[in-house]
Design a protein around this ligand. Structure first.
Ligand code: HEM
Length: 313
């Protein structure tokens, strides 16, 4: 018997005997039972009973603001870790970490030649937890690039780029490009020697872009020069200097994250519309296939016989 039942039994007994209820020493009177789900706040958020019927489980997911982004039913095999490696989800999670730590870094960083490098040194050496903040951003950036490639490899290996997911594969290619661009523009921001020369080499390649690069095919023919071509537009000049730093900063903190977020929304929407995450191809043993043959023949025969009967042969 539980302590509450025991106390209740004693109370009932003493009431029946006409006495005042005895309170056992060392025992607190039982608290009134409160059902945490029986109140207006809970009911306004969770609108369905937590029954395990398929219909109610579906309603519980689609009717909940936090859960409705998830599909009500999913392919059991598709969520196995060794199918997706969780790489798409981890890439997204890293993007969230980068956004939060990136906004935080903006409080300490000014994109000018005079301040940029000093601000980073000050952040890493003087600001409390500054070093961990900077390194969280840096490591998450490296990992995002690695994970997005791994995700793409997984999608390729499981053949998930095939119809109906070919459009989402193309959206993915755009996401890959923008992830790499985020990484590239962020490289210049500390304004150290490593970033400066990496961006010099990287943007030099833009000279050879067809049509819009002054060293690329058809570039000179349409009048592209070192002072009006795509490299000039990227750097805001003909060398990596203060304008390039400001442009990299604006692209890195505003332009590219906005475009990437828009394409991420399209990517996730397409996953739902394409029937959620693809599943592994059905696996059959040779014996299954061989056993299935006579059955199929029987089915065909039966159909053929029926057809004959139907057609009155
Ligand atoms: C910022 C980068 C990206 C993020 C955050 C992202 C996120 C995701 C997530 C969360 C999924 C669900 C399945 C899973 O976790 O594996 C997914 C599926 C998918 N992704 Fe990505 N993705 C990115 C880049 C790419 C790239 C580069 C490609 C290919 C070029 C791609 C193509 C696809 C396709 C085709 C699917 C559907 C796969 C299936 O149904 O099995 N994604 N993505």
């Amino acid at each position: 018997m539980s302590p509450e039942d025991q106390a209740q039994a004693e109370k009932t007994k003493s009431q029946a005997e006409g006495g005042t209820p005895k309170v056992r020493r060392g025992f607190l009177p039982p608290l009134p039972k409160i059902d945490p789900k029986d109140n207006v706040v809970f009911k306004s958020i969770i609108r369905h009973k937590l029954d395990q019927s398929p219909r109610n489980r579906t309603l519980a997911v689609v009717g909940n603001v936090f859960l409705h982004l998830h599909p009500p039913t999913i392919n059991r095999d598709a969520v196995r870790y060794n199918y997706t490696w969780g790489m798409g989800g981890l890439t997204f999670w890293l993007f969230i970490i980068l956004t939060i730590t990136g906004v935080w870094l903006m409080f300490y960083y000014r994109p000018t030649k005079a301040d940029a490098f000093n601000d980073i040194m000050y952040l890493a050496n003087e600001v409390p937890f500054g070093k961990i903040l900077r390194n969280m951003h840096r490591w998450a950036a490296h990992l995002m690039v690695i994970f997005v490639w791994m995700h793409m490899l997984r999608v390729f290996m499981t053949g998930s780029y095939k119809p109906p997911r070919e459009f989402n594969w193309c959206v993915g290619v755009i996401l890959l490009k923008f992830t790499l661009l985020l990484s590239f523009t962020g490289y210049l921001l500390p304004d150290d020697q490593l970033g400066m020369w990496a961006v010099t080499v990287g943007t030099n390649m833009a000279r050879a872009t067809p049509v819009v690069g002054h060293e690329g095919p058809l570039g000179p023919q349409i009048g592209a020069t070192a002072f009006n071509d795509v490299r000039f537009a990227l750097l805001g000049g003909s060398i990596v200097d203060s304008n390039a730093l400001l442009r990299a900063y604006i692209w890195h903190c505003i332009g590219i994250p906005i475009v990437l977020s828009i394409f991420l929304i399209v990517h996730f929407w397409r996953i739902r519309k394409d029937g959620n995450i693809s599943g592994p191809a059905p696996f059959k043993l040779r014996s299954d296939v061989e056993q299935a043959k006579p059955k199929q023949t029987m089915v065909k025969l039966v159909h053929a016989e029926n057809a004959e009967v139907y057609e009155g042969k």
